[in-house]
Design a protein around this ligand. Sequence first.
Ligand SMILES: NC(=O)c1ccc[n+]([C@@H]2O[C@H](COP(=O)([O-])OP(=O)(O)OC[C@H]3O[C@@H](n4cnc5c(N)ncnc54)[C@H](O)[C@@H]3O)[C@@H](O)[C@H]2O)c1
Ligand SMILES: O=P(O)(O)OC[C@H](O)CO
Length: 348
Amino acid sequence: MSEQKQAVCVLGGGSFGTTLANLMATNGISVTLWLRDEAVARQMNEERENRRYLPGFKLDPSLRITTGIQAALGSADIIFLAIPSGAFRSVLQQIGGSLAGKAVVSTTKGIEQPGFLMMSEIVEQEAPAARVAVLSGPNLAKEMAAGALTATVVASADEQLCRKVQAVLGSRTLRVYASQDRYGVELGGALKNVYAIISGMAAAMGVGENTKSMLITRALAEMTRFAVHMGANPMTFLGLAGVGDLIVTCTSPMSRNYQVGHALGKGQTLEESVAQLGQVAEGVNTLRVLKQKSEEEGVYMPLVTGLHAIIFEQRTLEDVIARLMSGEQKDDVEFAAFSQLGRRETGQ
Ligand SMILES: NC(=O)c1ccc[n+]([C@@H]2O[C@H](COP(=O)([O-])OP(=O)(O)OC[C@H]3O[C@@H](n4cnc5c(N)ncnc54)[C@H](O)[C@@H]3O)[C@@H](O)[C@H]2O)c1
Ligand SMILES: O=P(O)(O)OC[C@H](O)CO
């Protein structure tokens, strides 16, 4: 079968699932989008637009939309998952048995606790006979839907699978780069959300350009320090799924995590900030998970600790900033001095 004849299924009718499904349908791929909400599916089928999550973007006439999950899977060779991390496992549990031999690509940027599991590890548990990849990068859904020139990364040890994903997703507006470091790509996508909350908060406070640059660069140092400790390849953090995604999410008011931080910086409570957003901001849960994991592992993460203290421990911004600025002044690019880089990537 030629790559153009591939059938694809996208699970999750939020902003990212809808965007990916529509992009591939526009590429001439046979695509079915599954979502759970009957009323939303009906509205999308009637109006050819996802008014709730992607207003203003017309859907390709060929895109099929259904609430029947088995029907959606049908004869699809590639299944993309764009389900928030909190519901990811429960959706897979409905279909795990149907995924043997299929390509399953997670696009979800979160971490499951307990176990500190990446979404692709949940796929391996719930669908052990599936072929697994992840997709991550600087990918704001609305910009992709609008045709902004964009790049992303598909990561899997299965090179043939990476080529399949490149073939269905790549287009005149979207470049799909490949990586073998699935763990590092996935970890980068999840971690950057926490720093986007901090950046949104800083913007709301009206900080200077030096401060914004310091935050993003120290965020990169902190997430890379953690990733190296966990066995990821730090070089991955210099690519699109690392610094690329960190930059877009920490600088764009379109990022939902940045928006939550901005609302917090304007004095709203976490509950108010999340409710006002009405979409998923994975960084809130990732912050809890990461704080706990960094303490268990003994990894120094002052930005994570500081944000956790503000959001969950009722500490003031002024107090946390004073502590951050008076901490020990250490090395700049420290990970280059680490040994044993990339253990997880090479399976050691
Ligand atoms: N939106 C983006 O720009 C973007 C880009 C890259 C990656 N992502 C990642 O994609 C994932 C999904 O995000 P999104 O932006 O599409 O979220 P969203 O908030 O726009 O939509 C979430 C969707 O998930 C559905 N959902 C929630 N619980 C469900 C369940 N139990 N069963 C079935 N469906 C359920 C909701 O109904 C909704 O359609 C997140 O992990 C996010 O980090 C998003
Ligand atoms: O809107 P956010 O903050 O979930 O970020 C969306 C994407 O992850 C950006 O790459």
